[in-house]
Design a binder for this molecule. Structure first.
Ligand code: 13P
Length: 251
């Protein structure tokens, strides 16, 4: 059985004061014991969040990391090894905002994925199609290319120590959610793609759905057989709403 995971991607939100408030809200949540919970604050606040969540079973990750695992001369970047030193255990790789707005392409993402694992971080590989691609009937082709680029370069076994988040670009921050069946179809296709190379890895890897997840739609989404939890944007900035989504993933 795969253990569900619910993770909050805070994106470029927060001030020291609002982060302190959010930490306080998270500290007060009663968390189910059968769900892994993580948050991805802006890097600026990682130390504050790790200190503030001491003793609470919430993992902390970064939204991005350098493509070199060790520290060095790379202005403006943060090395995976530095994130480990800070107490992080996870890192997002290839969020659509970084693919689309920052222009990150598969070649760079392969290096970021490998660097993260080399330092002991668990990469959360984000994949998903744009509205244009969905309307052109290319959803599975796009997602399979994004997952396939990692498999081809690094081997399918790397997914024994990684998480995949399917986030249709048209559902992110728009209030539009993929229907549970639409999401399930893509998740099943990703798992089949991995299973064609290694069925054990495919059965073990957690596939999260992201895109306008709220407490109100989480139960139905998380009830699908290949949806193992969620990557939550906007709704993770409210501790109570985030808590309700976490509970939706329980038992
Ligand atoms: P929203 O939940 O705000 O749609 O964002 C999803 C997302 O991009 C999480 O990484």
């Amino acid at each position: 059985m795969r253990r569900p995971m619910v993770a909050g991607n805070w994106k470029m939100h927060g001030t020291r004061a609002s982060v302190a408030e959010l930490i306080d809200g998270l500290r007060h949540l009663a968390l189910p014991s059968d769900v892994d919970v993580a948050v991805f604050p802006p890097s600026l606040f990682i130390n504050q969040v790790i200190d503030g969540l001491q003793g609470k079973s919430i993992s902390v990750g970064a939204q991005n990391a350098a493509m070199e695992s060790m520290q060095g001369a790379l202005t403006g970047e943060i090395a995976p090894s530095q994130l480990v030193d800070a107490g992080c255990s996870l890192v997002l790789v290839g969020h659509s905002e970084r693919r689309q707005i920052m222009g990150e392409q598969d070649a760079v993402l392969i290096r970021k994925f490998a660097a993260a694992q080399a330092s002991g971080l668990t990469p959360v590989l984000c994949v998903g199609e744009t509205l244009e691609e969905r309307e052109a009937g290319k959803t599975l082709e796009v997602v399979s290319r994004q997952v396939g680029s990692i498999i081809d370069e690094l081997g399918v076994e790397v997914f024994a120590r990684a998480v995949i988040a399917y986030e249709p670009v048209w559902a992110i921050g728009t209030g539009l959610t993929a229907s549970p069946q639409q999401a399930q179809d893509v998740h099943a296709a990703i798992r089949a793609q991995l299973a064609a190379k290694n069925s054990e890895v495919a059965q073990g890897v957690r596939l999260l759905y992201g895109g306008s997840v709220k407490a109100a739609n989480a139960v139905e989404l998380f009830g699908m057989p290949d949806i193992d939890g969620g990557l939550i944007g906007g709704a993770s900035l409210n501790a109570d709403e985030f808590g309700a989504i976490i509970r939706a993933a329980g038992n």
